[in-house]
Design a protein around this ligand. Structure first.
Ligand SMILES: *Cc1c(COP(=O)(O)O)cnc(C)c1O
Length: 404
């Protein structure tokens, strides 16, 4: 018991404002319970969760396999140390390696840490193999890679960087899906190119297959590493285990986090043997990284997703949702097409995005808006058609009220 259970939302917020740092623009609500695609606020009101803690609760809330894994592991041991071998960590690494391009995995606790690890590995590899002059990193405008000093520098949006300079040196940026722009930035000094196969925070903007292939070819030409940040779009979100599978373009390094722990914090950085060999004992570390609890849950998450038929069902239901959204976009003539893949979907709606989000919240549907004008939908991968119908009905009502 925390002592806050019986308070109203308003009272909880009053407590929060006094003691929690003011780093988030939060909605005036607090979620305290969840089951499947549904969550409840502290006053007992129910919402359909089409945001899932930002692509984290991909198996929905209180999934029995996750609950079981946490309970079982809590009774065994929660944490040991990377001074020792951790069987659960090995088991999760085996699952990731078996189902991806990668040979080796480093575990950490968040998306930013996974990208930080990727950044460090790329620099280490480039310097060991090619010498001190190969350290530059190319990243994309409008990208998002996290909030540590290195990863906010990778993030190609100045609003995240203001007030934190001097930033780490050696970074440059180019536009997504602009091959000529990329070609102008990659050269002998380039150690790595960072790409989100689908930009999430940037507005759900997919990289084209041609762009990814061109990036692969350029990296091969100059001995640079291609790094895919799948922190948001990976681990089942697009209807395949990894988003890069849709393109057929394989990276040298890939980062994961959000959905991998089903709600328990975890991050992972995957690489081929050739690249991973650049890290030797002492080169990188994390106290909590890959601990027995987080990796037990990671195994449970992957075991559910890798069951026969799971992804075909995700693809089928996400197409159903997508068609519903396209129908509404057509009905209300909202302009630019709905975009994304599987259950990461963006619907550009011009400037009333925040108003739509607020009205959906009132009617019991959680979504959000990126860049002020793109509605983003990240429902749980287990969402059922009646729940999708309910979400579409609420959206229809909201658009009917305010769209002119
Ligand atoms: C959320 C996100 C991150 C940062 O993850 P944290 O766990 O918040 O550090 C990095 N990259 C992408 C693509 C993300 O969506």
């Amino acid at each position: 018991m925390t002592g806050l259970e019986s308070l109203t939302t308003e009272e909880v917020i009053e407590h929060g404002k006094k003691v929690v740092m003011n780093t988030y623009g939060r909605l005036p609500m607090t979620i305290v319970k969840g089951k499947g695609a549904w969550v409840w606020d502290i006053e007992g009101k129910r919402y359909l969760d089409f945001l899932t803690g930002l692509a984290v609760n991909s198996l929905g809330h209180s999934h029995p396999a996750i609950v079981q894994a946490i309970q079982d592991q809590a009774e065994e041991i929660l944490h040991t140390s990377n001074l020792y071998w951790i069987p659960n960590q090995i088991a999760l690494a085996e699952r990731l390696v078996k189902n991806s391009f990668a040979d080796k995995v480093f575990f950490c606790n968040s998306g930013a840490e996974a990208n930080e690890a990727a950044f460090k590995l790329a620099r280490k590899y480039a310097k060991k193999k090619y010498g001190d002059d190969k350290y530059e990193v190319v990243s994309l405008e409008n990208s998002f890679h996290g909030r540590t000093l290195a990863t906010l520098t990778l993030t190609g949006q100045t609003k995240y960087q203001e007030g934190y300079d001097p930033l780490p040196a050696g970074l440059s940026y180019t536009a997504l899906n602009d091959f000529e722009g990329l070609k102008a930035k990659v050269n002998e000094k380039t150690a790595a190119v960072f790409i989100e196969p689908i930009q999430g925070e940037g507005g759900v903007i997919p990289a084209s297959q041609e762009f990814l292939q061109a990036a692969r070819d350029l990296c091969d030409q100059y001995g640079a590493l291609l790094i895919f940040d799948e922190v948001q779009c990976g681990v089942g979100r697009t209807g395949k285990l990894f988003a890069y599978e849709w393109s057929g373009v394989t990276p040298d390094i890939m980062t994961l986090a959000k959905a991998l722990g089903g709600g328990v914090p975890i991050g992972a950085m995957l690489a081929t043997d050739m690249v991973a060999d650049a890290f030797q004992p002492g080169d990188h570390a994390s106290t909590f990284g890959g601990n027995p609890l987080a990796t037990a849950v990671g195994c449970a998450v992957l075991d559910v997703m890798l069951q026969e038929g799971f992804f075909s069902s995700v693809q089928e239901r996400s197409n159903y949702f997508r068609r519903g959204l396209e129908g509404l976009a057509q009905k209300y003539q909202t302009g630019d097409p709905v975009r994304g893949e599987g259950f990461i979907i963006g619907w550009p709606v011009s400037k009333v995005g925040p108003e739509i989000v607020a009205r959906c919240l009132q009617k019991g549907l959680l979504i959000n808006c990126v860049g002020g004008k793109t509605l983003r939908f990240l429902p749980p991968l287990i969402v059922e058609k009646p729940e999708i119908d309910e979400a579409l009905k609420i959206l229809d009502e909201v658009f009917c009220e305010i769209w002119k």
